[in-house]
Write a protein that binds this ligand. Structure first.
Ligand SMILES: [Zn+2]
Length: 138
């Protein structure tokens, strides 16, 4: 019974990654909301029946406004987006990270990557949190 409870506790209450809580502020809160699926993007709001459509209305791609779309593909906030993508490419080249698709890249930006060091994960989080602040979307 004791081992059952310990296993249940380990499964249900996994340890939070330390790099989730390095900084404070609105951009970190917004980043956490995206990680938890509680973000104000249309895809999430549509699943909660808050908005009538999951489609992004800021660009003409007719894609759902998901975290992947917002961070990587949306054409709105183009100057901020270009800065984000340049910093991401530079940082990922330095860290030798080459995600094979947009889903993996988005997941890396939202969740971090366990094979990276604490400092490297914080570095990636700073880039995405700076974009979150500058895009004024959250
Ligand atoms: Zn868009």
């Amino acid at each position: 019974m004791v081992s059952f409870k310990l296993n249940l506790k380990k499964t249900m209450f996994r340890k939070c990654n330390d790099y989730f809580n390095v900084d404070k502020g609105n951009s970190v809160i917004a980043h956490t909301r995206v990680r938890l699926g509680l973000n104000p993007l249309n895809q999430q709001m549509y699943t909660l029946r808050i908005v009538p459509s999951p489609i992004c209305h800021r660009c003409n791609t007719n894609e759902e406004k998901s975290p992947s779309h917002h961070f990587l593909r949306c054409h709105s906030h183009s100057v901020t987006k270009i800065t984000l993508l340049q910093k991401l490419k530079l940082t990922m080249d330095l860290l030798s990270i080459y995600p094979s698709n947009m889903f993996l890249l988005t997941n890396l930006l939202i969740q971090g990557y366990p094979n990276l060091t604490f400092v490297q994960n914080v570095q990636l989080f700073h880039i995405i949190e700076e974009f979150t602040t500058n895009s004024v979307r959250f």
